[in-house]
Ligand binder design. Structure first.
Ligand code: PMP
Length: 305
């Protein structure tokens, strides 16, 4: 493959197949994890950044004068910056202080300006700050991943069809983490249209509210919500798996040590949830999950310590 812009390397990521040979699951069952950390910016959000900018250009909302402003934990910022630089479009990202330094350094390396908001205000504080900034910066464009339906649509049009094309066997369950909810909602909608019987399982860390709990802090990064994402409306979710920091990080370490999969903690949580799900299902079931990003951006936070 020869490419001339880095965005051409987004997508077509491999599936890793886990079987009963190495993991406690019924015979002939399997978990297939899409290795999204192998995208060029290191996460599934490269797909989103590319989609949002292409769409903004097509609708005339983004031009050469545009400054993109977005509240982000980091991966969406990296994804947006990666595509933005190929069009020489400026980017400003509003990041709650607690998120990893590596992601912030990568966003800066891709030419972005970072603005911090206090950790205790969460992503809601970052959203408010972004809207405030947009009022003062000319030609600003806020993709607003938390409320823009182009977010789930990006996955509906990219990873959903990719999963369907690559897996020839029927998919029993789709299990994925929920942050903005875009990945889960867009992919789930596509897969449900292909197979009405598929089970849809959302993954959240302890301290997220989808299963009726109260919001509190957690160490698993990238998933977990303080409000129900609008994109989940209209999707029949069969259940939520709430994964503790302890279990999520234990699987994150195990995936590295046993399989050489250098993934972030939301992938460890997704794997834990996929294992719980496959153990509930009959022999010969197939569970699909997503490993959204890599471990390298959490080394300073002691992901392996
Ligand atoms: N894992 C990681 C590491 C992420 O950064 C994100 C996005 N915040 C997710 C999972 C969840 O993706 P989404 O926002 O599409 O729900």
């Amino acid at each position: 493959m020869i490419i001339t812009t880095i965005t051409e390397a987004i997508g077509s990521t491999p599936f890793f197949k886990f079987t009963a040979k190495d993991y406690p699951m019924p015979q002939h069952s399997a978990i297939y994890a899409k290795l999204e950390y192998l995208n060029p910016g290191g996460s599934i959000k490269d797909r989103l950044g590319h989609y949002l900018i292409q769409q903004g250009i097509q609708t005339g909302q983004i031009t050469k004068e545009t400054t993109i402003i977005e509240p982000t934990a980091g991966n969406t910022g990296i994804g947006l910056a990666l595509t933005a630089l190929s069009y020489s479009i400026k980017t400003i990202f509003v990041v709650p202080e607690k998120f990893s330094m590596e992601k912030q350094q990568v966003m800066k390396a891709l030419g972005a300006i970072i603005i911090h908001t206090p950790s205790e205000l969460g992503i809601v504080g970052a959203i408010e700050k972004s809207k405030e900034l947009a009022k003062t910066i000319p030609h600003s464009f806020l993709p607003m991943q938390f409320e823009n339906w182009a977010n789930p649509m990006a996955y509906y049009q990219t990873i959903g069809p990719e999963i369907s094309r690559e897996l020839t066997e029927p998919i029993t369950s789709f299990v994925a983490g929920i942050g903005s909810g875009g990945t889960f909602a867009g992919t789930a909608k596509y897969l449900k249209e292909q197979n009405a019987d598929i089970r849809l399982i959302g993954v959240e860390p302890e301290g997220s509210i989808l299963n009726g709990g109260t919001a509190h802090s957690h160490k698993i990064e990238g998933i977990g919500v303080e409000f129900t994402p609008p994109f989940l409306s209209g999707i029949t979710i069969d259940g939520f798996e709430m994964i503790s920091d302890q279990e999520g990080f234990a699987y994150t370490k195990q995936l590295a040590k046993q399989q050489g999969l250098l993934v972030g903690s939301s992938s460890g949580a997704a794997f834990a949830a996929a294992l719980h799900e496959v153990q509930r299902l009959p022999l010969g079931s197939s569970v699909v999950t997503i490993f959204p990003d890599g471990a390298d951006r959490y080394l300073s936070k002691g992901i392996y310590s």
